[in-house]
Design a protein around this ligand. Structure first.
Ligand code: PLP
Length: 973
């Protein structure tokens, strides 16, 4: 199979895009093979992958595309996109049209310096996106009046569920397991709350807030403000009732309504959550969008997701980094407060820039205009004879009327989707209609809408009159309004000219290390090429402007795209069905485990509740297990890094009757293909358990071996790792699950859509297909690569990792090896010895790499004190060599300390990274030269990447937590 394609001509036929995607050329590949003692790629792959799982001559090729070039694939996907009909959707329910300012679109959304960066683990080279996220936190904190705001969650519905979990954990009252939920909750939020409540043993009590009873089993309450029907009210009395019984109050808010209203935190609410989508982020048929989560100081250690905090660097300068537990959430395993890993960084960054662009006055104008248009609409409808409840509202009005089906039909014929009431009904059964105004609404549009409503009554609408007198504040009579100045921090007030905005965006981008600067060899993260042709369709209106609850007959393009992608991913993993709903790997884990749980329920085996997890697992695994209501039992690893088979055997026997699943990562997180994987799966099945395979490492397997074939039952894929969705500086992500035949009926459903199996578990994300808006990226990758290209790419990923392992082994011993002493697609370098001999630790080497112009590999995971390197197939041989050269030069610096030639504390490693300011300072009193500090390699003369700050002091920042820009008053004080 492989040598059939290993000559270049046949590749050009079957996968012309491949040579763009791959780093190494054919000659490079030959050279790399030679250094590893192989002369044939296929033989090499046979040496790496256990014979009982490698598919030498796969028979599923016909179910996958034949590769093609960029032009061809773009034409193909355009024909699919054109099947979507984009109407002006005024459905609301958490999704609104918005204007992404062109300068943010071009300089952030379409800028690889922003979208190819990774989660800011190496803070010194991530100050740009950390500042943008700090701005996001500041914005949310100012909006809500709550001091601690995180740097984004996956969507509004899961943020609501995180708030519920926090409230549940925080309430110490025995037996308190009931959560009050406002009946005006968004339907998708309620669905996700239900899904997440059940495994926790939490009971939801959904009713009108005026009918809430404050019994002793209540641990929290959830309000939607404004409600789904648009209503706003003052929650202060309700908050008091809750606090009297020690229950926490969460409010889901609309950030644009909050612009006008008194900060919800000032009204006593403990947690505020919501979606920042309408701050400039396209609807994208449901996502990706950044959700926010804000709370009081009291809960700062329980905040899910990531929190950016200010600290100081070694020179005493302010510097940002991930704060508190959010830096190392994964270390807490089953004690973690949430399973969030990948979040929505790029979308939070866009929302923050949107606020920087508009400033407080611009935002106020947008919000005021919306409320005025809504009020005018309502006023004119009443004149037409429609009956409308007299309540305070923000942007949305719901009208129940007998002629609703006519209103909808006329609206659609004139290019508008209105909200069909009751939700989920067909147009013919409609009893009412709802309209949510947004940033794109105009008087002209209002006029058209009124004509629709008049026409449905058989009347003429004779034009708008008298609209100049409406005042936004008067329209919110009786509602607590924002009185004080807000968002006065200079960042939100000084970049309002495009020139200034342009320079601010680039000033931040320049501080960050992204794929634009060099390889990011982060093990387990698969930082491969994100080709522009893959990304282009994401910005097309036919994908970007679709409302997730638009009628299915308008979304045929999307539905086609989903079907292709589901089929291709099912084929590549050897499974029967796929759900695209989970918004990240962590959510895929949770969804997959719930599917397993539901299957047991259908077989009356609910008692199976034990999940075996190897000690080397990613921290999200045990965290997801606990969320799904399983009990974690760890399994040991042996000296070779493999699952300790005897321990597994004994645990499987001990828990045989209650065994639910094994969660296993393959190739293992230690970067090797465990030869016993089939035996491991068989053993679990023998004891009645299911095998959950964490597919984060699928980049080592695509086209070569398939989890569904060698024994797994469920597997999640990280489309933002293996399938080219860019990491966006820490999100978005997509974490679909693929499942075997018997589990297909249980794939997640959705209250307002038709996705999922016959006996679907509840929704795990707010939108039916999760982050639908970016699925085109993975579709394009698969379409262009085709089967041959994919299989070849996986082989090169294995080759590159082994090449690096071979080059570096004599400087840094490779910790684990598999068959024939080969690694899989990544390798762990053991640095622990240096700590004993020189005091140099893994942190010093990671920081020193910055001076050499590299992003560090994964630090101290899965083994403390080590680096895990994953080069991917997209890095060229030159880049691999440059990296190895840097690592070897660093090893030589360590040697100088070992031999006593260099001081153990005052040396370029301990002092790394070196900033421009440090090496050009008038005073330089170090025992090594400035040149050695900043230009250790001669190749750096031409291009030098400068870290923005010196080594950051983490402990200082945790002791003095600052996670938003000070307000002007605080600043002056
Ligand atoms: C990245 C990763 C995850 C988590 O995926 P997210 O998309 O970040 O939630 C889980 N397991 C492993 C092994 C991973 O590398």
């Amino acid at each position: 199979m492989l040598d059939k394609v290993s000559n270049e001509t046949s590749f050009v036929e079957s996968s012309p895009f491949l040579k763009r995607h791959l780093g190494p050329s054919s000659q490079d590949i030959d050279q790399m093979l030679k250094e590893l003692g192989h002369d044939d790629l296929e033989d090499f792959v046979k040496a790496v992958i256990p014979a009982d799982i490698l598919e030498v001559d796969p028979d599923y090729e016909d179910f996958l595309p034949v590769g093609c070039d960029e032009v061809h694939a773009l034409n193909h996907i355009r024909s699919i996109a054109e099947k979507n009909k984009v109407l002006r959707s005024l459905i609301g329910l958490g999704y609104y049209s918005t204007a992404l300012p062109a300068c943010i679109q071009r300089h952030v959304f379409e800028n690889p310096a922003w979208y190819t960066a990774y989660t800011p683990y190496q803070s010194e080279i991530a100050q740009g996106r950390l500042e943008a996220l700090f701005n996001f936190q500041t914005l949310i904190s100012e909006l809500t009046g709550l001091p601690i705001a995180n740097a984004s969650l996956l969507d509004e519905a899961t943020a609501a569920a995180e708030a519920m979990s926090l409230s549940f954990a925080a309430c110490k009252r025995n037996g308190a397991n009931r959560f009050l939920v406002d009946e005006q909750v968004l339907p998708q939020t309620l669905a996700v709350l239900r899904t997440r409540a059940e495994p926790l043993g939490v009971v939801l009590d959904v009713k009108k807030p005026t009918s809430f009873c404050y019994d002793s089993d209540i641990f929290g309450a959830f309000l939607q403000l404004p409600g789904a029907n648009g209503c706003i009210w003052d929650p202060e009395t309700l908050v008091e009732h809750c606090h009297q019984i020690g229950a926490l109050v969460t409010a889901a808010i609309d950030p644009l309504a909050q612009v006008l209203m008194r900060p919800i935190g000032d009204l006593g609410v403990d947690i505020a959550i919501g979606s920042a989508q309408r701050f400039g982020v396209p609807m994208g048929f449901g996502g990706p969008h950044a959700a926010f989560f804000a709370t009081n100081e009291v809960f700062k250690r329980q905040v899910p997701g990531r929190l950016v905090g200010q600290s100081v660097d070694a020179d005493g300068q302010p510097a940002l980094r991930l704060a508190l537990q959010t830096r190392e959430q994964h270390i807490r395993r089953d004690k973690a407060t949430s399973n969030i890993c990948t979040a929505q960084v790029l979308l939070a960054v866009i929302a923050a820039f949107y606020a920087v662009y508009h400033g407080p006055n611009g935002l106020k104008n947008i919000a005021s205009r919306i409320i005025k248009l809504r009020a005018l609409f309502q006023q004119e409808l009443i004149k037409l004879g429609y009956q409308i409840d007299d309540i305070a509202r923000f942007d949305t009005v719901e009208i129940f009327a007998e002629n609703a089906p006519d209103v909808h039909k006329i609206a659609v014929s004139r290019g508008f989707n209105l909200r069909i009431l009751p939700l989920g009904a067909d147009i013919d059964q409609a009893k009412g209609f709802g309209v949510s105004f947004d940033e794109l609404s105009t008087l002209d549009e209002l006029d058209q809408l009124l004509k629709v409503c008049a026409s449905a009554l058989g009347q003429e609408f004779d034009g708008l009159q008298n609209h100049e007198t409406l005042d936004a504040a008067a329209l919110l009579f009786g509602i607590p309004l924002r009185q004080k100045k807000w968002l006065q921090q200079s960042v939100f007030n000084k970049f309002h000219s495009e020139t200034e905005m342009l320079r601010y965006i680039y000033r931040l981008a320049r501080k960050d290390f992204s794929l634009v600067d060099g390889m990011i060899p982060l093990g387990s993260c698969t930082m491969k090429l994100n080709a522009v042709a893959e990304l282009i369709p994401v910005g097309w209106k036919s994908f970007a402007s679709m409302h997730p609850f638009a009628p299915a007959n308008q979304a045929e393009g999307y539905i086609h795209l989903f079907a292709d992608l589901e089929n291709w991913l099912a084929t590549l993993t050897g499974f029967a069905g796929v759900s695209l709903q989970p918004n990240a790997g962590s959510q895929g884990e949770f969804a997959g485990l719930l599917v397993i749980k539901e299957w047991y329920k259908s077989r009356k085996e609910q008692h199976r509740n034990i999940c075996l997890i190897p000690s080397s697992a990613h921290g999200t695994n045990p965290a997801s297990c606990v969320m799904a209501g399983f009990k974690v039992v760890p399994v040991a690893c042996d000296e070779a890094g493999n699952i300790d088979f005897n321990d597994l055997l004994s645990k499987a026997e001990t828990y045989s009757l209650s065994l639910a699943a094994l969660m296993v990562t393959y190739p293992s997180t230690h970067g090797v293909f465990e030869p016993q994987i089939r035996d491991i799966c068989d053993l679990i099945h023998k004891h009645g358990g299911q095998v959950y395979l964490d597919g984060a490492n699928l980049n080592a397997q695509v086209g070569l071996c398939r989890p569904g074939v060698y024994g797994a039952d469920v597997c999640h894929l990280n489309l933002h790792k293996t399938f080219c969705i860019p990491h966006g500086g820490g999100g978005p992500g997509v974490g679909p699950i693929a499942v075997a035949d018997h589990l297909v009926p249980f794939l997640p459903g959705h209250p307002l859509s038709f996705c999922g199996g016959q006996k679907a578990i509840g929704a795990v994300s707010a939108a039916p297909w999760g982050s639908a808006g970016i699925l085109a990226i993975s579709w394009m990758y698969l379409r262009m690569m085709g089967f041959t290209g994919l299989r070849h790419a996986s082989s090169i990923a294995l080759l590159s990792a082994n090449y690096v392992a071979q080059k570096l082994d004599s400087s840094f011993p490779v910790l684990f090896r598999g068959l024939n002493a080969l690694v899989a697609h990544e390798c762990i370098l053991d640095l622990r010895g240096f700590k004993r001999t020189t005091g140099i630790d893994v942190e010093d080497i990671a920081k020193r790499l910055m001076d050499y112009g590299f992003h560090a590999p994964t630090v101290s995971w899965p083994v403390a004190g080590t680096l895990m390197v994953e080069p991917t197939e997209s890095e060229s041989l030159d880049e691999l060599n440059r990296f190895c050269e840097a690592m070897i030069a660093i090893r030589a610096e360590v040697a100088l300390i070992e031999s006593g030639q260099m001081d153990a504390l005052n040396n370029p490693l301990k002092k790394a990274p070196h900033t421009l300011a440090a090496v050009t300072a008038d005073i330089w009193e170090r025992p090594y030269s400035r040149r050695q500090a900043a230009f250790p390699l001669s190749s750096q003369q031409e291009t030098k990447y400068w870290p923005a700050v010196s080594r950051i002091n983490n402990a200082y920042g945790d002791r003095n937590l600052i996670c938003s820009c000070p307000s002007i008053e605080d600043f002056v004080a």
